[in-house]
Every structure is written in structure tokens, then in C-alpha cells.
Design a protein around this ligand. Structure first.
Ligand code: C2E
Ligand code: CA
Ligand code: CA
Length: 719
């Protein structure tokens, strides 16, 4: 190598990026290039020849580094040609920077193989190293990120699978719509519930499900809630494809994008028809009786309370009828519970149609029912309702081949007269019902507050009269008719008396009007006439053979077609000659339809029975009519007779009647004669017969016989 070449080589090495060092076999520096001086911030001209690393790097490299440099130098000496070793170390260089250096060391030998020294090539690999670290860090970060993403993806995938499964298999119907409410997706349950498939409704607004059960306000609130809270939940009625309306529980949620705009709506609904049905059933039976399906006590009380509250404003009247079957236990005991149950059902079925729209019927207990009559007008309406129940029960029930008769006791209380409390109303009616049970008289009874006494009395009388007829409690008392000319008892009037089971005697004024109203007068009169006719035979046997008995006949009776036949039959039974019976008919009633009554009387009189006009003078008879009637006697009304001694008008009337009767060939009876002066006066005027307390009050059969016997001796006595 020429010097020129050596110089080029030196320049080349000085410009290289690596540090090049040559050391002698004792590791003393022979050569180093410029980068070495630059690294250690040394003067280029410093003489380093013969110096060791320890000399140069004192204060820069640590003891440990220096010994490492030395040991690798030694090792490099042992390497074969072409081999090298490397060493990496960190060094804080005089400028304060820490650099990472990598040195390659190899031996330098001559041709014979003798060691000339070692060569060291050192590079600053700091940058490389930090890039490498960066790469490693990036790699790690990426790996981590990848791992995480993979996990998320896996989870998401699993979730998605899961959600898909839920979406497909849930029993809730799900519909997903876009932000405008147009259907995008539905699940099978939605189809199951509504009947619609996705193909049929894709792009449609679910309002096709609307039932018209809810008003616009309802849907307005729904959308308002969705807009403000993004959520709505509630129950609503929708329409299936089949047209059927069904209840459902629905919740709708809005779905938002990252900017907070609504992108979708999800509606989840479940069909609660079955639930509703069960709920309704439970609800129904907690307020109804399972046997008859009638409201139970609870519902009845609620309704009653509501009606009473309402009527506090409207003034509507309410009657409560508490009804208890008589001897229902016997039906159960003898025929079994199934028959008993059926009886209750049929009974409810008979009463229900009697109710008005406002009224209600309930089963309160085993055989206890209650009716609330709302808005009745008069007490009579309640009475006729209670009577109708009686009529409904009068025909037997036919159950499983049995014919069952059943009665009910009904207690009645009214609002607001008896009480304003619904509980009290029921209690009062119950009390009244128990009175019915213990009285054995009537079928129904009012709770007796002061106001009800009269109505109650009438009801009591009605049922008592019916029972009295059956038991023959109506009997005749007799009041004598005495001849003015002979003083002889010519006959007697049979006057009805009601002898109650307790022995009390009730006068006709208290029961005849009611019996007439109830159309029972015929039965009463028949009892009296039959008994009177029978008693006649007793007196005849006692020797009183020419008496005529008078019986009172209500004009109402004359109307009945079989009236005459009935009288004939009674006479026939006892073989009493028809001439021995006289019928008294009041003037006022007779005059109501003279033509017709004349016909009826004709048939009686032509048979021999005689007829008298009772209470004559009070009925404004026209005399021409009087002539048409086949009558034999006029009975002057008591009111005229009473005052003949003091009232000139009455006297004049009585005298006129007597004289008129004489001219017409009629007999005259004066009734209500109480003293001898009256007898005298009447006799002087030509009155034929006297009836009154002066001779006798109406007497019982045995008393009357005594009376007759007592007068036997006086018969020819002049009064
Ligand atoms: P009437 O047919 O005018 O009977 C006469 C009434 O006068 C009887 O009242 C009798 O007791 C009463 N009387 C008789 N003498 C005197 C007297 O001297 N002084 C007074 N103050 N009163 C006297 P009674 O028995 O209470 O009967 C009342 C009415 O009831 C009868 O009036 C009659 O219309 C009706 N009645 C009585 N029994 C029957 C009957 O069996 N059937 C029908 N349909 N009506 C009857
Ligand atoms: Ca009479
Ligand atoms: Ca009379």
C-alpha cells in the first residue's frame, strides 16, 4: 500500500459512521478514527497511541465495563480468522448523553498466523435500539389491542347469538320500527299474537293494530312519553288480524344514535287476554256467588252504598227486601244438597226478571237473598213487589223428579225513612224478616218505624184475614128485629164478627173494607151466611120457627156470576126454606148499576128469598128505580133514626120514608133505635120493625138463644 493509499484509507475511516480501533497484542491503542474522538469529545490530535481503555475511559466507563472490555479483548485474541465477538454496553459520554454502543472484536494476524493485535468496530446503536423498543412496544400494544378486540368480538358474537335466540323464542311479541314507526322486523311471537307476518306488515305503521278502544288523548300521551322519556309502558287493547280485540301489555323504547337522534323504536308486547280472563274470573267471584252468579254481600253492600250516596243528591227512594227461605234446611236434609242448590238457582232465575234496571238482587247467605228496589214511588210498589215474589213461589219447583214448595219470609226497610246508613238498612230489613218468621202470619213485613205502622197494619190485616177465612174465624152475631105491633121477635140481622185466636173480637168496620179491597168479601160473606143458616136450624129446633134471618151482602159480590148459585147451594145444604133468608144490600151500592143489579135480585127473589135495601136515605135513590127493584123492605139508616127526637128534618125524612114505603107496599125497619121514645114515635108513624140497642146489641149464637128465651113470655107484651 502506498502512502497515498494509506491517506485515502485514513480519510475513508474518518468519514465512516463506525468507530474503528486497532489495538496491539497488549491491548494498547495503535489506531482510532475520527468518530472515536467525536464520541468522547476529544481533540483529533490527542495522542492515544500506547494508551489503554482504562487510560482513556476513566470517569466515563465503570470498573465493571472496563473489565468487560478487557475480558472481551482477551477473548478476541483467541478467535480464529474470520471469527468475531460482539459486546454491547451503555456509556454516558462527556456531553451527558447516554449512548448504546455495540462493538465487534476480531483478531488481526500476519500471514504466519502470529497475532498482530485486535480490531474493534464500534457503532452507536442508540437510535436503532430505541426504534427497536418502539417496535416492540407497538407490537405489544397491538397484540394486546387485538386480544381485547377479539374478546369483544367473541362476546358480541355470543351476545348476538343469544339475542337472536331470545328474539326468536320469547313469548313476547317484538316489533322493531324505524324512526317513523314503519315496521322493519318482528319476531314469531308477534305473528303468533297478532296474526300478521313480516311480509304483510313490513314498512307499515303498527297503527293497523288499533282497536278504537282508546281515544286520541291516549295515543297523544303515549307519544309524548316516548318523545320526552324515550319510553312508554302500559296496557292497551289491540285488534288481531282476525278482528278479535285483545288486551296487551306493551312497552315501547326509542333507540338513539350517538348524536342522540331516534333511529328506531322497539315495541315489546304480551297478550294478557288469558291473564285478564283469569283476573276477571277471580274478580267476578270475589264479588259474586258462585252458585247463582248473583252479586254477593260485599258487592251488594258496595252498590247499596253507592245508590244511597247518589240518592242523597237525587232524592231517589230505596227499599231493601231481605228474604229468607222457610224450611230450606228441610229440602237440603231430605233431598240432598244438589237439589237444594238447584232450587236456589231456579229461585234466583224466577226473581231476576222482576227487577228493574236500577234494582239489584244478591245472595247474602245460604238461603238469604236481598233485593234493592231503587227509585220506587209508593209503598204500594214495594208491597206489590213482595207479593209478586210470593206469587213466584206459589208454583212448585220441579227438580230431579221432586215437586218442591217453598215459602219465603221477607223483611223490608226503606231509605231514607228508616235510616240513611246502608248497613242499618240491611239490619232493619233483617230484623223485619225475623219478625215475619216469628209471627207465622204474613210473608212480608216492614221494619216498623212510626211511618210504616199504617202500611204494616194493613199488610198484617191482609194476611190475617186470609188465615182467618181458612180457619173460620169469621162468625155471625145476631141483632133482633122486633115487631112494633106485637113486640114479637120477627127475625134478626147476622152481623159479622172476627173472633181472633186470642179471643179478641174485631168489628166489621175494621175488616170489611179490607176484605172488599182484597176481593175476599165473598169468602167472608159466605162464611157468615152459611153459619147463619145453620144457626137458624138450631133456633127452629128450640121452637122459634117463624124467624127470618138477614144477611149483609156486599154489592161487590152481586157482580160475581155465581153469587145467586152460591146462596142457593148454601140453603140447599141446610134445607132451610128460601123464604127464611133475607139479604140486605146497601142503597148506595145497589144504585150504582140498577139495571144489572135488578136482574140479579130478580133471580134471587123469584126463588123466595127476600131482599132489603140497607141504609136507606143515604143513597139518593130515585123512586122510579126503587120500583124496578124486587125488594120487600126498606131499612132506614141509623143516622136519621138517631136524631128523630131532636132534629125535625130527620123526623120529617123518617116519616116520609115510612109513608112512601107504605104506598109502595114495602115493609119498613128502623135500625139504631136506642130508647123507648124512639120506639113509640116510630110505631106511631107506622114503622113495622125495630132493630137497635133498645132491644139488644148484636149477640153471639148462644147469647141470642138466651135472648129469645128471655123474651118468650113478653111476646105479646105491648112495648
Ligand atoms: P149495617 O148493616 O148497617 O148494620 C147495622 C150496624 O148498626 C151494626 O154495626 C150494628 O151493631 C149497629 N147497631 C145496631 N143497633 C144499634 C144501636 O142501637 N146503636 C148503635 N150505635 N149501633 C147500632 P156493626 O155490626 O158494627 O156492622 C157494621 C156494618 O158492617 C154493617 O152495617 C154492615 O154494613 C157491615 N157488615 C156487618 N156484617 C157484615 C157481613 O156479614 N157482610 C157484609 N158484607 N157486611 C157486613
Ligand atoms: Ca145490615
Ligand atoms: Ca144499616
Amino acid at each position: 500500500m502506498t502512502d497515498e493509499h494509506s491517506a485515502i484509507l485514513a480519510r475513508f475511516l474518518d468519514n465512516a459512521s463506525h468507530i474503528a480501533i486497532i489495538k496491539d497484542p497488549l491491548f494498547r491503542f495503535i489506531y482510532t478514527n475520527k468518530p472515536f474522538f467525536d464520541l468522547l469529545d476529544m481533540d483529533r490530535d490527542s495522542d492515544i497511541t500506547g494508551k489503554t481503555d482504562a487510560d482513556i475511559l476513566t470517569g466515563i466507563a465503570s470498573e465493571k465495563q472496563l473489565s468487560e472490555i478487557a475480558s472481551t479483548d482477551r477473548k478476541a485474541c483467541t478467535l480464529a480468522a474470520g471469527e468475531h465477538l460482539s459486546l454491547e454496553f451503555e456509556l454516558t459520554i462527556p456531553c451527558g448523553k447516554t449512548v448504546i454502543l455495540k462493538s465487534y472484536k476480531f483478531p488481526i494476524r500476519d500471514k504466519s498466523g502470529s497475532l498482530l493485535g485486535i480490531g474493534v468496530l464500534t457503532a452507536d446503536i442508540s437510535q436503532l435500539k430505541s426504534r427497536e423498543q418502539e417496535l416492540i412496544d407497538t407490537h405489544h400494544a397491538l397484540t394486546q389491542e387485538f386480544k381485547e378486540q377479539a374478546e369483544i368480538l367473541r362476546d358480541a358474537n355470543e351476545n348476538l347469538q343469544f339475542m337472536r335466540h331470545v328474539f326468536k323464542n320469547t313469548l313476547d311479541g317484538i316489533i322493531i320500527t324505524d324512526k317513523d314507526g314503519k315496521a322493519l322486523q318482528i319476531n314469531p311471537a308477534f305473528t303468533e299474537i297478532t296474526g300478521y307476518t313480516l311480509d304483510e306488515i313490513r314498512g307499515e305503521n303498527p297503527r293497523f293494530l288499533k282497536s278504537n278502544y282508546h281515544n286520541a288523548e291516549f295515543y297523544k300521551e303515549m307519544w309524548a312519553s316516548l318523545a320526552s322519556k324515550g319510553f312508554w309502558e302500559g296496557e292497551l287493547w289491540n285488534r288481531r288480524k282476525s278482528g278479535e280485540i285483545y288486551p296487551q301489555r306493551l312497552n315501547i323504547s326509542a333507540i338513539y344514535d350517538q348524536k342522540g337522534n331516534i333511529t328506531h323504536y322497539v315495541g315489546v308486547n304480551n297478550d294478557i287476554s288469558e291473564l285478564k280472563r283469569k283476573e276477571e274470573k277471580i274478580h267476578f267471584y270475589s264479588y259474586h256467588d258462585a252458585l247463582t252468579n248473583l252479586p254477593n254481600r260485599k258487592l251488594f253492600s258496595d252498590r247499596l252504598r253507592r245508590e244511597i250516596e247518589k240518592s242523597a243528591k237525587t232524592g231517589v227512594k230505596i227499599a231493601l227486601l231481605y228474604m229468607d227461605l222457610d224450611d230450606f234446611k228441610k229440602v237440603n236434609d231430605s233431598l240432598g244438597y244438589t237439589v237444594g242448590d238447584e232450587l236456589l238457582k231456579q229461585l234466583a232465575g224466577r226473581i231476576k226478571p222482576m227487577l228493574g234496571e236500577q234494582d239489584s238482587l244478591a245472595r247474602l247467605g245460604s238461603d238469604e237473598f236481598a233485593v234493592a228496589l231503587v227509585g220506587y214511588k209508593k209503598i204500594n210498589n214495594i208491597i206489590s213487589f213482595a207479593q209478586k215474589i210470593g206469587e213466584q213461589l206459589s208454583s212448585p219447583f220441579h227438580i230431579e223428579g221432586h215437586e218442591i214448595f217453598i215459602n219465603a219470609s221477607i223483611g223490608i226497610a226503606t231509605y231514607p225513612e228508616d235510616t240513611t246508613s246502608p248497613e242499618q238498612l240491611v239490619l232493619h230489613a233483617d230484623t223485619a224478616m225475623h219478625q215475619v218468621k216469628s209471627s207465622y202470619l204474613d210473608n212480608f213485613r216492614f221494619y216498623t218505624s212510626q211511618m210504616k205502622t199504617q202500611a204494616q197494619h194493613k199488610i198484617d190485616m191482609e194476611s190475617a184475614i186470609r188465615k182467618g177465612i181458612v180457619n173460620g174465624e169469621f162468625v155471625p152475631f145476631y141483632q133482633a128485629k122486633v115487631s112494633t105491633s106485637t113486640g114479637k121477635v120477627m127475625g134478626m140481622e147476622a152481623l159479622a164478627r172476627w173472633v181472633r185466636p186470642d179471643g179478641s173480637i174485631i168489628p166489621p168496620s175494621e175488616f170489611i173494607p179490607i176484605a172488599e179491597e182484597l176481593n175476599l168479601i165473598h169468602e167472608v160473606d159466605t162464611l157468615i151466611i152459611r153459619q147463619a143458616v145453620k144457626d137458624m136450624t138450631v133456633w127452629e129446633e128450640a121452637g122459634y120457627t117463624d124467624l127470618v134471618v138477614s144477611a149483609n151482602v156486599s154489592a161487590k159480590e152481586l157482580d160475581t156470576p155465581a153469587f145467586a148459585e152460591n146462596i142457593f147451594a148454601i140453603l140447599e145444604e141446610s134445607h132451610l126454606p128460601k123464604e127464611k133468608l133475607d139479604l140486605e144490600i146497601t142503597e148506595s151500592l145497589l144504585m150504582q148499576d140498577v139495571e144489572k143489579n135488578a136482574g140479579i135480585l130478580d133471580s134471587l127473589c123469584s126463588s123466595g128469598i127476600s131482599c132489603s135495601i140497607d141504609d136507606f136515605g143515604t143513597g139518593y135513590s130515585s123512586l122510579s128505580y126503587l120500583k124496578k127493584l124486587p125488594i120487600s123492605t126498606l131499612k132506614i139508616d141509623r143516622s136519621f133514626v138517631n136524631d128523630i127526637m131532636t132534629d125535625k128534618n130527620d123526623l120529617a125524612i123518617v116519616c116520609a120514608i115510612i109513608s112512601m114505603a107504605k104506598h109502595m107496599g114495602l115493609k119498613v125497619v128502623a135500625e139504631g133505635v136506642e130508647d123507648a121514645e124512639q120506639v113509640k114515635l116510630l110505631k106511631s108513624q107506622g114503622c113495622d120493625l125495630i132493630q137497635g140497642f133498645y132491644y139488644s146489641k148484636p149477640l153471639s149464637k148462644s147469647e141470642f138463644l138466651n135472648f129469645l128465651n128471655g123474651r118468650r113470655d113478653n111476646i105479646f107484651l105491648q112495648e
